[in-house]
Design a protein around this ligand. Structure first.
Ligand code: FAD
Ligand code: SF4
Length: 517
């Protein structure tokens, strides 16, 4: 073997840079399904199944393209269980002249594979990942010397640099940001008739994977009954087309809305296909932009959607690779609580959390505002150690890969980086959840109440959070209003909040605390 091209579970693209110059007569591809990638965090069944099903379909595409493939299946009797051990054995057997791979999306995997190749004394060629608008080096150059790294300014530069939604050097529509037109809730009437989720019926390959995951990972969280994710490039392209046709026009308006029992709303559900590299962000952004120019979708929606991909997605990747490995350890708020055990089951009497977690376990999916302002917010207010929150998010979502999950969780949601990513902690009371369409009317708690047996735990913990972190937040311009409201509380009110917050932390309200069995 001349070149051995390594393909990881989130690098499923026949056009990836690692395949440039691939010669079917001299080169070979290596892929491995290993248990460690499903157990280093307690991965949900849908997440495991999606990766394996997409990998097996990609293996089929490689074979059809005539590319020699060394593929290790999870159920092979002599599977060594880790990527490093599998690679080491393959290198010893094949003795390639050179190992080639696309830059991985996970620091841990990157370190371990690099060490194996180096120990084997082989040359390693790492190719740029072409599934991003920005290279890590370009982001590092952008970040150099800046005190704070705000997404908004980075995003504007990206729009200009890539000429997206631009006209004569100015943003189309005369402004960069249409957030004021977005952020609506569904109001009392509710969302009405919603487009159906784009469903992809499992084929024989996927069904075999589902059976394997059911037996092999029976104890892992979640269920597989609703599995319908796109697992091939063709399906991913179809999912993109359906999104643009059916959901994009209202995406922006209801981007921040929630509704009980409605997981998908107007969201694209494309994150997993993007992160597995079944889709390329260029084609996704261009499809959205074309829908605007064709008069199919309004600018506010299209801009809001493009901002997520050209802005947030690129930005968090840059943060990850310029901050790792130290980023993983950060805990600016010194939060030390354990993650409540019911995060793994949904067994809590707080209706919004029960909804978001039950849905997460059923589908491996929750939309952004549920992740940020329900599950994330509660962990932040409770004071859960960010590394435990991170392990949960990395485990339960089908789109979870560390480069994107970690900055979102530790940075945006938990303020663990002390404001590198977000300019303030995203804290709110239960009233925010109520306003955005949360299930408060079906909940045993009352979102407007701060104290007493019926007080919404979010609301109690919100005030408790402000009290606990008042000195640190005092210098933050964006917290002025919230702290001003806090200053109106009497000493007795403060004490009542602290006492109830303590009861919540001890698991006497909302559900028991602690680790899963
Ligand atoms: P849409 O709402 O349709 O958005 C369109 C696309 O924009 C998404 O598919 C995604 O590719 C991108 N996008 C949107 N928001 C973000 C963001 N904040 N960062 C990066 N890309 C974004 N996203 C992941 O892909 N993997 C994760 O593991 C992940 N973990 C998260 C953890 C927390 C605590 C939070 C607050 C957010 C997380 N996100 C993650 C970001 C976002 O919530 C998901 O990308 C989104 O909910 C996926 O659903 P969708 O495809 O329907 O997105
Ligand atoms: Fe959630 Fe509080 Fe509303 Fe209940 S009252 S659903 S706990 S925000």
């Amino acid at each position: 073997v001349r070149h051995l091209v390594l393909v990881l579970g989130d690098q499923l693209d026949l056009q990836a840079a690692a395949f440039d110059g691939f010669d079917n007569t001299q080169d070979a591809v290596w892929m491995a399904e290993v248990a460690e990638e499903s157990t280093h965090v307690w991965s949900a069944q849908q997440r495991i199944a999606l990766f394996l099903a997409a990998m097996r379909h990609f293996a089929q595409a490689l074979r059809e393209a005539g590319r020699p493939l060394h593929y290790r299946r999870l159920d092979d009797a002599d599977n060594r269980g880790s990527l490093a051990d599998e690679l080491q054995a393959t290198l010893a057997a094949l003795k390639p002249q050179r190992v080639v791979m696309t830059a991985p999306g996970d620091w841990r995997v990157w370190q371990s594979l690099k060490a194996v190749v180096e120990a084997a004394g082989l040359a390693l060629e790492v190719c740029e990942d072409r599934h991003f608008f920005n290279t890590v080096r370009e982001f590092a150059a952008y970040a150099k010397g800046r005190k704070s790294l705000r997404m908004e300014f980075f995003y504007r530069e990206m729009r200009q640099r890539h000429g997206i939604l631009m006209q004569h050097g100015k943003p189309v529509g005369g402004q960069w940001n249409f957030d004021v037109d977005n952020r609506e809730s569904f109001g009392a009437k509710g969302p009405g008739l919603l487009p159906q989720r784009a469903l992809f019926e499992p084929d024989a390959i996927t069904r075999e994977v589902l059976d394997l995951v059911r037996t092999r990972f029976a104890e892992h969280p979640g269920s597989l009954d609703s599995f319908a994710w796109p697992v091939t490039r063709e399906q991913a392209l179809q999912a993109l087309q359906t999104f643009v046709a059916e959901r994009l026009p209202l995406f922006g308006r209801y981007e921040d809305a929630m509704w009980p029992g409605e997981p998908w709303l107007y969201h694209s559900q494309l994150s997993a296909a993007l992160n597995l590299k079944l889709l390329n962000p260029f084609e996704v952004v261009h499809a959205a932009e074309a829908a605007y120019h064709a008069g199919h979708a309004p600018l506010a929606s299209v801009e809001g959607f493009i901002r997520q991909i050209l802005g947030w997605r690129e930005y968090v990747r840059g943060i990850y690779w310029t901050q790792m490995p130290g980023y993983l350890e950060r805990n600016a708020l010194y939060a030390q609580q354990p993650l409540p055990g019911w995060y793994w089951t949904g067994d809590t009497d707080m209706a919004c959390l029960r909804d978001a977690i039950t849905q997460t376990l059923a589908h491996g999916y929750a939309h952004h505002i549920q992740r940020l302002m329900v599950t994330g917010l509660y962990a932040l207010l409770l004071g859960v150690q960010p590394q435990q929150v991170h392990a949960w998010y990395l485990a339960v979502y089908v789109d979870a890969v560390e480069w994107v999950e970690l900055p979102n969780t530790l940075g945006m949601s938990q303020y663990g980086d002390g404001g590198l990513l977000g300019s303030k902690p995203y804290v709110a009371s239960g009233r925010y959840i109520q306003r955005m369409g949360g299930p408060c009317s079906q909940c045993r708690y009352k979102p407007a109440e701060r104290e007493g047996d019926d007080a919404c735990p979010f609301t109690t913990l919100y005030w408790d959070f402000l009290m606990r972190h008042e000195p640190m937040l005092a210098g933050n311009q964006r917290m002025v209003m919230q702290l001003k409201n806090l200053s109106r509380l009497t000493e007795a009110e403060r004490q009542a909040v602290s006492q109830r917050a303590e009861a919540i932390r001890q698991g006497r309200v909302g559900g028991s605390q602690g680790q899963p069995a």
